[in-house]
Design a protein around this ligand. Structure first.
Ligand code: PBG
Length: 338
């Protein structure tokens, strides 16, 4: 055990902080480019970039621009990209069937990105919300999100995405049993090497707000009648931590390779508990609202933008995360240098 009996004045902790070289020497946690998964939004239009107002510095990219960005990720040393689609509203319907289109936006983008940068890992979300007109992650029947019917569709969605070349499928929907079903579906189709990153502990959070603008999913509860106005019947309640361990344990038993906790900063305690309990590769998602919050304060001159970005990213590592899904990935990688 550490001996903490050292007493002032013989012991002076400030000795170890007196200059940059010694601070570097004793720093316990490091952030590296290897820790970054770039959260990237793509759209099916022609413009290269359409800025997302609530996320200054983030734009929806066309497929061509996304392919270029994949090359940029390679140059910056970013190991993987997570793709999120913004599709034309006319392609959305109640069942989200566009999610199963092998020539839809996600598959097209994945193919273009893998072509441009074969060595960059491509991760895709498995969930229906970018494709449903009601904005829910699952199928909506009589005002309820139906579990098992949704899972069957998610398996098909994953197969279509992996067929296009996705390396990691990341179910973000929080239906029960979806990891096992997707694993079985992938294995039966010969994709036993495809990784599953489970959004294992995903909370019903206010911090996904700007993402709805980014992917153009309408306000929940609008439109159809009997449409729940939030995702609380499937995403977790913010007050719970034991439940996160149960969700993670089930996903591991079902075949999850990598675990994701989401959102990030408000849930660092969950990252720590999950890492300590299971010792599996564990990631945190610094979500859209966290990005927006940092940038809003920085744009007002209230915090130092670069320092705040790097400090939050390091905090995930300190909490035990092996990496971070973040919209800041290209900036952070550039700041970290070669
Ligand atoms: C959808 C999904 C969401 C995010 C990633 N996948 C939103 C939600 O669950 O409501 C959030 C990403 C972000 O806020 O940056 N299943």
């Amino acid at each position: 055990m550490n001996d903490y009996s050292g007493r002032y004045p013989a012991a002076r902790p400030r000795r170890l902080r007196q200059s940059n070289w010694v601070r570097r020497l004793v720093r316990e946690t490091q952030l590296s480019r290897d820790d970054l998964i770039w959260a990237m939004v793509v759209h099916d239009g022609a413009e290269d970039e359409i800025p997302v107002a609530a996320m200054p510095g983030v734009a929806r990219l066309s497929v061509a621009a996304a392919a270029k960005a994949a090359k940029q990720a390679e140059k910056l040393g970013i190991p993987a990209i997570a793709v999120f689609p913004h599709i034309d509203a006319r392609k959305k319907d109640t069942s989200g069937k566009e999610a199963l289109n092998p020539n839809g936006l996600v598959c097209t983008a994945v193919r273009a990105m893998k072509d441009a940068a074969p060595d960059v890992g491509i991760m895709v979300d498995v969930a229906l919300d970018p494709f449903t007109d009601h904005g829910h992650d699952g199928l909506l029947k009589d005002g309820r999100i139906v579990n098992d019917e949704t899972v069957a569709v998610l398996v098909e969605q994953a197969l279509v995405q992996v067929g296009a070349g996705a390396d990691i499928v990341a179910p973000s929907d929080m239906m029960d049993g979806r990891v096992g079903a997707i694993r079985a579906g992938l294995d039966a189709a010969g994709f036993q090497d495809t990784l599953i990153m489970s959004y294992a502990a995903k909370y019903a959070s206010a911090f996904y707000g700007p993402y709805r603008e980014a992917i153009g999913s309408g306000k929940l509860g609008s439109g159809a009648t009997k449409n729940p106005g939030d995702k609380r019947t499937y995403q977790m309640d913010s007050g719970n931590t034991d439940e996160a361990l149960r969700e993670v344990a089930m996903d591991i038993a079902e075949g999850a390779d990598l675990l994701l906790v989401k959102p990030g900063l408000p849930y660092l305690d969950i990252v720590r508990r999950v890492k300590d309990a299971f010792a599996l590769p564990t990631y945190a998602f610094q979500v859209s609202g966290e990005y927006a919050m940092l940038m809003a304060a920085a744009k007002n001159g209230w915090i130092d933008e670069e320092r705040a970005i790097m400090e939050t990213l390091l905090s995930f590592k300190r909490a035990g995360a092996d990496g971070i899904v973040t919209y800041f990935a290209p900036r952070a990688a550039a700041l970290l240098g070669a």
